[in-house]
Design a protein around this ligand. Sequence first.
Ligand code: B12
Length: 336
Amino acid sequence: MMGEALTAGAVARRLGVAVTTLRTWHQRYGLGPSRHVPGQHRRYTAEDLDRLEVMRRLTAQGVAPAEAAAWAKRVPVPLDSAPAADPGWAAAAAEIEPDGAASDGASPDGAAGDGAAPGGNTRDGGGHAIPVGRAGPTARGLARAAMRLDGPAQRDLLEMVVQRRGVVRAWDEVIMPVLIGIGERYAATLRYIEVEHLLSRSVTEVLSGVSRPPAGTSPRILLAAADEEQHTLPLEALAAALAENGVPTRLLGARVPPASLSDAIERTGPAAVLLWSQTPHTGNAAQLERLLHGPHRPLLVAAAGPGWVKDTLPAEVSLFGDLQEAIAALTAAATQ
Ligand code: B12
């Protein structure tokens, strides 16, 4: 890329926007080509392209074009290295779209339609929407990026929000409303499984990028999904949130057979075990019963997720209703 100078057409292709959009960004916001070659049209440099990439991503995430342009002009470094090289940039960018400051032109019913994204990129999925209820513009931006199947925009936004608000708020205020909205969309249409998959992937990547406590600290918390349970994102959020607090965990992931869970407990001796069930199909209380009567009974045996039916759970099992509650109880058990 060094020294390369691109035409408007080449830049438009790389960014996936129309040439007319580039022209608008140039005329209205001064984000134009800066290299002058005598006798030719001006060309876009690598730095110009970086700024335009920021412009594209922020507008796609729901930031008003004028604000996005102001940020794009302030970012002198390549986008990929921006958040790490300059945490202030990520924090500041997140600040320009606080929830409640509806600057993204979202429809009044709280649905985040792809077609509403500024920036002109309405090629796919236009007119469809993920309902996000009363969640703020960041959630709506994520919903739009999800509908567009735009993985990089999803990850950028998620990284920003996790860095800015921490895992718990990112989950409660942004990720969870969008996941629930996608679930509703799926239930109503039996479509968008691909949207669900890509967003799940982005959430997993960003949550697993949250730095973990040093390797020397042995985890005293074991997290697992119930037998045949494929939903793991809440466990991933829990592991990342605990890591932020310096508490290490061992996360076994999806579909853990009861015998394997017992083996893991025997081999690692955790103080607390939490089993997630998302659907009634996987919420069989016998799995928890088994842990209470095994030879290495953990101090705390906990269940979480809408798959469990409270009345069917053994009295000794704690049932958590939200992320905060789980964090507090598991941290207490692990530090006893
Ligand atoms: C992402 C997703 C997937 C991904 C999972 C990827 C992954 N790595 O986790 C994939 C694509 C694999 C998947 C598969 C399936 N899924 Co799915 N999926 C979802 C989706 C969109 C989000 C799941 C999630 O993370 N939920 C967690 C949070 C966001 O939602 P919640 O549980 O309602 O949150 C409440 C509480 O749990 C609590 N809470 C939230 N977070 C936390 C965290 C902690 C620690 C605690 C204690 C509490 C807590 O607060 C909320 C309010 O009370 C949901 C929609 C939904 N509403 O959940 C559907 C959903 C769960 N899936 C559904 C279905 C049917 C399936 C499939 C059977 C078919 C399909 N759609 O492909 C398969 C197979 C499932 C199986 N056997 O396990 C249905 C389940 C219906 C039901 N009740 O039986 C849902 C509800 C979609 C729908 N409306 O139809 N899915």
